[in-house]
Write a protein that binds this ligand. Structure first.
Ligand code: SAM
Length: 191
């Protein structure tokens, strides 16, 4: 490995945000999953979360641009377990929803530990997950079509989080504790 490559890997790791993530509920189509992980990488998500009730192993395609190598994906057995995991680590979970009651996604403070819950193309976020969430957010839709593609919605919200975190200086110093930093660095250097 060249010095330049090692430096690039370290620079990216220093910008990773361990307290920003997505929780994907039954979002399993490879192109959607891949596009979401690509946005996660660009915004600095260290680890994404997924629940797939049908039990399939997540698969990616070329849409990921290789980002699935750099963003960990933790798969939980069910939505309750995913919430338990995130809550124990201090995350607030915001469910995306298309209802009028959901607040505008730009009103949330993403500088706090935040997980964005996204739902399946056909059904959206389940009522069970919505009930567990700390709040519901929506991207205002002013056209003829009711919703965005899930990967587009993920990108819109993640980049708002990036904007807020840039402004708060959260990319200016490493956010991982030294032990985790060393562990992830070792893993990344092997890739
Ligand atoms: N018929 C589904 C419903 O009623 O929820 C549509 C699901 S939409 C195609 C797939 C996912 O994309 C949603 O579960 C949500 O996570 C996200 N999404 C799409 N448009 C959105 C919007 N305008 N605001 C927030 N999330 C959105």
């Amino acid at each position: 490995m060249t010095e330049a490559r090692r430096k690039r890997i370290e620079d990216v790791l220093k910008r990773r945000q361990p307290d920003l993530t997505v929780l994907l509920e039954n979002v399993h189509k490879p192109h959607n999953l891949s596009a979401i992980l690509r946005s996660c990488d660009a915004v600095g998500v260290l680890e994404a979360h997924a629940v797939n009730p049908t039990g399939g192993v997540p698969t990616f395609n070329e849409t990921s641009g290789g980002s699935h190598k750099w963003v960990y994906l933790r798969v939980h057995p069910d939505i309750a377990e995913a919430f338990r995991f995130l809550r124990e680590r201090g995350f607030r979970v915001y469910a995306t929803a298309l209802s009028r009651e959901a607040q505008d996604y730009r009103e949330v403070d993403y500088t706090q530990p935040t997980a964005i819950l996204l739902g399946a193309e056909k059904w959206g976020v389940s009522p069970e997950a919505l009930a567990l969430a700390d709040g519901a957010i929506q991207i205002p839709m002013l056209g003829m079509v009711q919703s965005l593609n899930v990967s587009v919605a993920a990108a819109v919200i993640l980049f708002e989080a990036q904007r807020q975190r840039l402004r708060a200086g959260l990319y200016e110093r490493p956010r991982l504790d030294p032990e985790l930093y060393a562990q992830v660095l070792e893993d990344w250097l092997r890739k």
